[in-house]
Structure formats: C-alpha cells, structure tokens
Design a protein around this ligand. Structure first.
Ligand SMILES: NC(=O)c1ccc[n+]([C@@H]2O[C@H](COP(=O)([O-])OP(=O)(O)OC[C@H]3O[C@@H](n4cnc5c(N)ncnc54)[C@H](OP(=O)(O)O)[C@@H]3O)[C@@H](O)[C@H]2O)c1
Length: 333
C-alpha cells in the first residue's frame, strides 16, 4: 500500500473488493476493470448461477480472482456475508425502472448496503448515482454549467431519477453516520459495447433510435458517456485518497436528439433512423454546459461519442438485439 489512506494502488493491488450488481451493463465493465488492475473481486447477483452472469467468469483474471455470490439489496444478511473481508464496495445494483414498487430497492437497498459495509469493516464505498440526480431542473438556465454541485430540482416526473437522487442522499447520510468513506460516480446515459448478453435500458435507447421505433424524436437533449469510461471512473475514485466525500460527474457529451440521430444515420445509413423532430411548437432545446474536469484531473480521458455509438451498434448486432442490415458502403469512424 503506497499510503495508509489509499484504498487501492500498486503496492496493495490484490486486496478484495465487492461489486454489487456484478452482471449489470455497468457492473460487468467495473468487474473487468478491477480484475485488470489486479484486485480480487467478489461480485454479487440475485442468481449468480444464472446464465446471464456467465460472461463474468470468462473475463481475464476471473478464474483466479473472481467469485460470485448471492445477495439481494433488501436482505442485510446477504450483503454482510458478501462484504465480509472486503476493503472496498462498489454499489452498482439498482432497479433501472420507473415502477413505484421498486423505489425502496433503490433507496432502502442503498441504505442497507452502506450499513452492511460498515458492519463488515469496509473502508470505502463507491456509489453509482445517475445524472438524473443532477441535471433535472426545469428552471435552470441553459448557460449554467452543470457540475457536481448541481442537484436536481423536482425530478419527480421521472421516478427512476427521483429514486436515484433519494438513494444518493441515503448513501451520503448513512456513510457519514457510520464513518464510512464514500465516493460517488454520477454517470450520464451510458452507451458502448456490452459484456453481457441481455439488453439493458440505455443500450435499448440506442437500438430504438436505430430501428426507428418512434416516427419522430423529441425536442430534447441527453447527456452520454461510454461504459468503459464509467468503469475507469469507478476505479479511479476508489483508488484516489482524496476522492472520499466527492461526487464525480461522468459525462462525455450532451447532445440534442437531432445531433444524436444524425450521428447514427451517418454511421449506419442502412437503418431506418428517425429523421423527423416532434413539433412541440417550442424553440429547439439548447444543449446544456457541463464540467467533467474532476474526473479529467484524476486522469480520465473520455471516449468520443462517434466511436462509442459505432461500437454500441456493432455489439447490438453481434448480440442479435438488432437485425444486421448490410450497408452498401461500410461505415467508417
Ligand atoms: N445504464 C445507464 O445509462 C446508467 C446511467 C447512470 C447510472 N446508472 C446506474 O448504474 C447502475 C447499473 O445500471 P445498468 O444500466 O448497468 O443496470 P442493468 O444492466 O439494468 O442491471 C441492473 C442490476 O441491478 C441489480 N438489481 C436490481 N435490483 C436488485 C436487488 N433488489 N438486489 C440486488 N441487485 C439488484 C440487477 O441484478 P440481478 O441480475 O440480480 O437482477 C442487475 O445486476 C444502476 O445503479 C443505475 O442506476 C445507469
């Protein structure tokens, strides 16, 4: 260990960490990144033997340094058992859903994770929040730069974002009460190639635009980031001694839907990408400004969106989530 306060690092690279929701889109890449960095990893899933988690066991280093165990965020005992002997916990598991019945799994589940981590003697927790907990404020001027000090205002119209905001508050309160180091990663809509076979919500967002699921796109903007950058961000904030009590905005670009569909159409002209904007009678929504400087200062270089989108679609094709339509001319980056 290079420094007594450092949670990870070269001199102490083999200690044990736990990743909740290891088989998820983001969780799988976090597990891969941690294995790459030499950690021993315990991944949790509600059904670790399910074939949807099989990809984890094929990751480089998994044979020697990855174990999977059963845990549900609503069951404290299962969490305590999963965290026992771990110095760090990456809390990624959460329903990605607007179902009101699942809000407690996001909020109380997070409270349970922090308490179980404290009980098990964990030193640092990295919590995966969402930019829904940051950017949703109908009154914010488009000239305001969204940073990690920005907090959503009235995100109640989107229950998922509301739940993530409440979960982040719960994590912060509970970690302070239990004397646990907490660092928060705040990813935007996350795209990029998936390691898992199943289709998650944000990858489906790309698939739906590619396949022209709606006749017109909304006059709206969305922030994006590549899943590999999100995974590196988790590892960086875990390893950086000063990262405790900080939030890290993990955003690569904010794009108007018009820009997003143009990029898709340009890369994959053979698909029926929607080219029409819903006419809501309002002026075009402006992209808001943001700062990802804090992660840049930790050494993170963000993947450009064109590369990320290209690799998302290629992966969707390989996994059979969208049909392969052969282009007349091959797409190039
Ligand atoms: N994807 C994005 O665009 C995005 C952006 C910002 C933040 N995030 C956050 O990143 C995290 C992962 O998102 P994702 O898109 O990668 O998710 P995902 O692929 O949809 O997977 C969700 C994960 O949550 C786990 N989970 C749900 N309820 C659980 C419970 N009661 N107990 C234990 N595990 C439970 C699931 O485990 P099982 O396999 O056991 O069902 C699964 O591993 C979430 O916290 C999400 O809010 C995602």
């Amino acid at each position: 260990m290079q420094s007594s306060s450092k949670a990870g690092g070269n001199g102490d690279a083999k200690h044990l960490v736990c990743v909740t929701g290891a088989g998820s889109f983001i969780g799988s890449w976090v597990v891969k990144e941690l294995l790459l960095r030499g950690y021993r990893v315990r991944g949790t899933a509600r059904d670790p033997a399910h074939r949807k988690n099989a990809h984890l066991l094929a990751l480089d280093g998994a044979g020697e340094r990855l174990t999977l165990c059963r845990a549900d965020v609503m069951h404290g005992d299962s969490l305590r058992a999963a965290f026992w002997g771990c110095r760090g916990v990456f809390h990624i598991a959460s329903p990605v859903s607007n179902d009101p019945e699942l809000v407690p799994e996001a909020v109380e589940g997070t409270r349970n994770v922090i308490n179980a981590a404290a009980d098990a003697g964990v030193r640092r927790v990295v919590f995966t929040s969402s930019y829904g907990a940051v950017h949703m404020d109908p009154n914010r001027s488009p000239d305001t730069v969204v940073t990690t000090t920005t907090t959503a205002n009235k995100p109640a119209y989107n229950l998922y974002c509301c739940a993530k905001m409440m979960a982040e508050v719960a994590a912060t309160e509970e970690a302070a009460r239990r004397g646990l180091e907490l660092a928060v990663v705040v990813p935007a809509t996350t795209i990029g190639p998936a390691l898992q076979q199943t289709l998650n919500f944000s990858s489906d967002h790309v698939a739906r635009f590619l396949m022209g699921a709606k006749p017109a796109y909304q006059n709206a903007v969305t922030a994006y980031v590549d899943v590999r950058d999100v995974a590196r961000a988790h590892a960086l904030v875990y390893e950086h001694p000063e990262a405790r009590s900080h939030r890290y905005l993990c955003v690569s670009a904010v794009l108007h839907r018009a820009h997003f569909v143009r990029l898709l159409k340009d890369l994959f002209p053979q698909y029926p990408v929607t080219a029409k904007c819903e006419d809501d009678g309002k002026p075009r929504v402006r992209e808001y400004r943001f700062s990802n400087q804090k992660l840049g200062d930790l050494g993170l270089e963000f993947t450009d969106m064109r590369t990320s989108l290209y690799e998302t679609v290629i992966c969707l094709q390989h996994r059979g989530h969208v049909p392969v339509i052969v282009p007349r001319h091959r797409a190039c980056l």
